[in-house]
Design a protein around this ligand. Structure first.
Ligand code: SAM
Length: 199
C-alpha cells in the first residue's frame, strides 16, 4: 500500500487556508482514472497506474492539470484533451471565489472526474450538491467514484449550459467547463444574492 497521506498533506498545504482541510479529506487519487496524460515538452505523455504506480500517484498529487480523456475517448490518437482534472490550485481558487457555506445548494457544471464535486460536497453536503457532465462515460465513472468515496452527489448526464432546472434555485453555480458567454440558464437558476463562478 503506497503512502497517499504524505503527498496529500503536501498538496493541501499549498492550497488557500479555507480549503486545506478539504484537500486533506478528499483523496484526489480516488477520482483519477488509471491512465492519465501529463504535458511534457509540449505534448501529452501517458502515465499508467499499473505500469508506473509511483509516477501515477505523484501526478495525482502534483499541482498540475491531468488530462483524463483524449479525443472524447474515441481512440483516434489525434491527442486533443477532452476532459482534464484541473490544476489543484485553480480548483481551490475557484472554490474560494464561490464563497461556499454550509446550507448552500450548489450546481457544478463539468463533473469530469468528480473530484471538485467531492470538495463541494465536503463543504455543503452531498445532498446539496448537483453536478452536470456532458459525456455519459465520464458521468458514469464520476458517479461511481463519488459513491465509493462517500460523497454520493447527484451526477446528471447532460448539457450543463442549460443548468439543471429540477434542482433550482441554487445559491452557487460553479462551472469548470469554459464558456464564451455565461448561459442565461445559470443566472435564471441562481437564487437572488447568489453567485456564478466560471473560467
Ligand atoms: C476541466 S474538466 C472538469 C474537471 C472536473 N470538475 C474535475 O474535478 O475533474 C471540464 C469538464 O466539462 C465537461 N463539459 C464540457 N462542456 C460541457 C457542457 N456543456 N455541459 C457539461 N459538461 C461539459 C467536459 O466533458 C469535462 O469533463
Amino acid at each position: 500500500m503506497r503512502d497517499t497521506e504524505g503527498p496529500r498533506a503536501r498538496l493541501a498545504e499549498a492550497m488557500p487556508p479555507a480549503w486545506r482541510a478539504a484537500f486533506l479529506a478528499v483523496p484526489r487519487h480516488a477520482f483519477i482514472p488509471d491512465t492519465v496524460w501529463v504535458r511534457r515538452g509540449g505534448r501529452p505523455v501517458a502515465l499508467h497506474r499499473r505500469h508506473d504506480p509511483d509516477a501515477w500517484l505523484a501526478a495525482c498529487y502534483a499541482d498540475e492539470p491531468l488530462a483524463v480523456q483524449l479525443d472524447d475517448g474515441d481512440g483516434s490518437g489525434r491527442g486533443y484533451v477532452t476532459s482534464s482534472a484541473s490544476m489543484p490550485t485553480t480548483v481551490a481558487l475557484m472554490l474560494d471565489a464561490a464563497h461556499l457555506r454550509p446550507g448552500h445548494r450548489v450546481l457544478e457544471i463539468g463533473t469530469g472526474t468528480g473530484f471538485n464535486a467531492a470538495l463541494i460536497a465536503w463543504r455543503v453536503g452531498a445532498a446539496a450538491t448537483t453536478t452536470v457532465e456532458i459525456d455519459p462515460g465520464l458521468a458514469q465513472r464520476a458517479r461511481a467514484a463519488l459513491n465509493a468515496a462517500g460523497w454520493p452527489v447527484e451526477v446528471v448526464t447532460g448539457d450543463g449550459t442549460r443548468g439543471h432546472a429540477p434542482g433550482a434555485p441554487y445559491d452557487r453555480v460553479v462551472s469548470t467547463a469554459a464558456v464564451h458567454r455565461v448561459p442565461y440558464a445559470w443566472v435564471a437558476q441562481t437564487a437572488p444574492g447568489g453567485r456564478v463562478v466560471t473560467p
